[in-house]
Design a protein around this ligand. Structure first.
Ligand code: SF4
Ligand code: SF4
Length: 393
């Protein structure tokens, strides 16, 4: 069945509607019950004392107000956007939808600038677009080093925002060098949450750093759970399921991958990007699912099918770091390209590319006939450079 509109979605009985009731809790998790979905599960976000749904709403690429509305009606209470998404249009969409529902939600946005003086202006603009006087969590976006995390000027701006009541909690996001960033966030004794690229392909040190950070009281939000391939064989992956499995509604690739992240009890919530009612239905259904033997087997099959197509940089791979004689970080280019390849959004790819440091700009590659950087997972990085030239030069 296709759920191409909110009306179809509601008719299907898949939406929870009003009346979600807490039916029990553990120190870490609370469940809400409904006749359609088995349960909406909540976890405590670090030491904030806040309960957030295990599946959050990653709004980055969402243009449809009704999708977010439906998600909130179903009981998703964690909503993620950023100053930079869609040049502000995304925060405006979120602002429209959450009007009148603000107190039900844990709202997160992000400020991104290398210049600390610009951060406060971005935060003020975000609140205007979101039509609220505060967000719950304000993140310092796209960090990748200890130096950035411990930057006193940046911390002062975020502290100021918290004091003014513009946000209740402060944190950082990281798509690269996750372990270093997580360790530094703990060391800072300042940041309260980390939004971290984390998935099936993450190296063990990222999982260990997440565990340490969560044990130190930081809230952990997993992103890039659905992988971020340099090329996107997603449909082929779903086809791995037999017809019988599809009929039975057996776990999809997306569900298995999100489930893998939620199996880590040190992760408090996840923010899969949601752009259709089908995705919303599938993602919500993951909450509270046990990770059965069958799901593990599906996940291994999906994972193996992806190997060689997927840049694990957003999951913490550092295998190509410092190989380029000119200092270009190819993994950064792959991340930007993935927005075009996996979300089909060249605009988003270019927005993210614009935020890269000067040292990762594609014109630096102009003098190279062939890229000498080698991917430990066998990705063709000459193809990365070719595609980056095509989109970003
Ligand atoms: S080594 Fe390959 S998979 Fe790892 S970050 Fe570099 S390009 Fe991506
Ligand atoms: S093309 Fe040259 S400059 Fe660019 S990443 Fe490869 S080796 Fe570095």
């Amino acid at each position: 069945m296709s759920f191409s509109s909110r009306r179809n979605f509601l008719r299907s009985g898949a939406a929870l509607g009003a009346g979600i009731a807490a039916t029990g809790f553990t120190p870490r998790r609370i469940f809400a019950q409904n006749s359609s979905f088995k349960r909406i599960a909540f976890r405590q976000l670090g030491s904030t004392g806040e309960k957030v749904s295990e599946i959050g709403f990653g709004a980055m690429n969402t243009r449809d107000d009704e999708l977010l509305e439906a998600a909130i009606d179903m009981g998703i209470n964690y909503v993620d956007t950023a100053w930079v998404y869609m040049k502000g249009v995304n925060e405006e969409m979120v602002g429209r939808v959450i009007k009148g529902k603000r107190d039900k939600l844990f709202l997160t946005t992000k400020a991104i600038s290398k210049n600390p003086d610009e951060l406060m202006g971005q935060m003020e603009m975000s609140l205007k677009r979101l039509q609220t006087d505060h967000v719950d969590l304000m993140l310092f976006h796209v960090t990748n080093s200890r130096e950035q995390i411990l930057n006193n000027d940046v911390m002062k701006v975020f502290e100021n925002a918290r004091k003014k009541g513009m946000c209740r909690f402060v944190g950082v996001s990281t798509h690269e060098n996750q372990a270093e960033v997580l360790d530094a966030a703990v060391e800072s004794k300042f940041w309260e949450a980390v939004l971290v690229g984390y998935n099936y392909f993450s190296p063990p040190e990222v999982g260990k750093a997440i565990e340490n950070a969560r044990n130190a009281g930081l809230g952990i939000i997993g992103m890039k759970n659905l992988l971020n391939p340099a090329s996107w064989p997603w449909k082929e992956l779903d086809d791995i399921r037999t017809d019988k499995q599809k009929e039975d509604g057996k776990v999809t690739a997306a569900q298995a991958l999100i489930k893998w992240v939620l199996e880590d009890r040190h992760v408090d919530t996840t923010i899969p990007g949601i752009t259709s009612f089908e995705q919303l239905r599938d993602d919500v259904a993951v909450m509270g699912m046990p990770m059965s033997f069958g799901k593990r087997r599906s996940l291994i099959r999906y994972g193996e099918a992806l190997r060689g197509n997927y840049c694990c940089g957003v999951a913490g791979c550092t295998g190509c770091q410092e190989q380029c004689p000119k200092g270009v970080c190819v993994n950064n280019l792959n991340r930007c390209l993935s927005y075009a390849n996996s979300y089909g959004s060249i605009e988003l790819a270019r927005e993210n590319y614009a935020q890269l440091p000067r040292t990762s700009k594609i014109d630096i590659c102009d003098d190279c006939d062939e890229c000498v950087v080698r991917c430990i997972n066998g990705l063709d990085l000459n193809e990365t450079i070719r595609r980056a030239r095509e989109l970003f030069a």
